[in-house]
Design a binder for this molecule. Structure first.
Ligand code: MN3
Length: 200
């Protein structure tokens, strides 16, 4: 069963003005679409892996033949990361988390403002292309970042929020100003969905 590109859960323009429509269109259709296409192409060379879930592939890269391991790592990672990314954003996003997630953020970072500062710092300091993550670690939360399309899922961890800091995620509107993109991105974070992932 081949992997498929999930439809964007809102219009390309829905996250304007924080994220522009053209960026969303290219990002979803071309970049994420490309990861799915390239993942399926790689797995054609290892039919025995085609029935595996995305999480399973990423958690057991050692089981992937060496000739396609890098392709699977990059493209399965890209597929996983972007599938979550679209869902943890919303045109009705922004504000602050509530409930158990809010409590966990307070317990782990002191307060929401400190969490935001530390998360934005991780996003800003990620050299080159990659992601910053909020990871659920038992009842605790930690901030981390990964290069390229690597994902905490590879280490059997549970990311519940991630920001894509590849230039393709922001360059059309923000050019080199990654911090301005991350600042605007907070306005579209879908906290109820992040909370659902925290409690899952
Ligand atoms: Mn991307």
């Amino acid at each position: 069963m081949a992997f498929t590109l999930p439809p964007l859960p809102y219009d390309f323009a829905a996250l304007e003005p924080s994220i522009d429509a053209r960026t969303m269109e290219i990002h979803h259709d071309k970049h994420h679409g490309g990861y799915v296409k390239n993942l399926n192409a790689a797995l054609e060379k290892a039919p025995e892996l085609q029935s595996r879930s995305l999480d399973d592939l990423l958690q057991h890269l050692d089981a992937v033949p060496e000739s396609i391991r890098t392709a699977v790592r990059n493209n399965a990672g890209g597929h996983w990361n972007h599938s979550m990314f679209w869902e943890i954003m919303s045109p009705k996003g922004g504000g602050e988390p509530t409930g158990k997630l809010a409590d966990a953020i307070k317990a782990s970072f002191g307060d929401f403002a400190t969490f935001k500062t530390q998360f934005a710092d991780a996003a800003g300091k990620r050299f080159g292309s990659g992601w910053a993550w909020l990871v659920k670690d038992g009842s605790k939360l930690t901030i981390t970042s990964t290069p390229n399309q690597d994902t905490p899922v590879m280490e059997k961890k549970h990311p519940i929020l991630g920001v894509d800091v590849w230039e393709h995620a922001y360059y059309l509107k923000y050019q080199n100003l990654r911090p301005a993109y991350v600042e605007a991105w907070w306005n579209v974070v879908n906290w109820p969905e992040v909370g659902r992932r925290f409690e899952a």
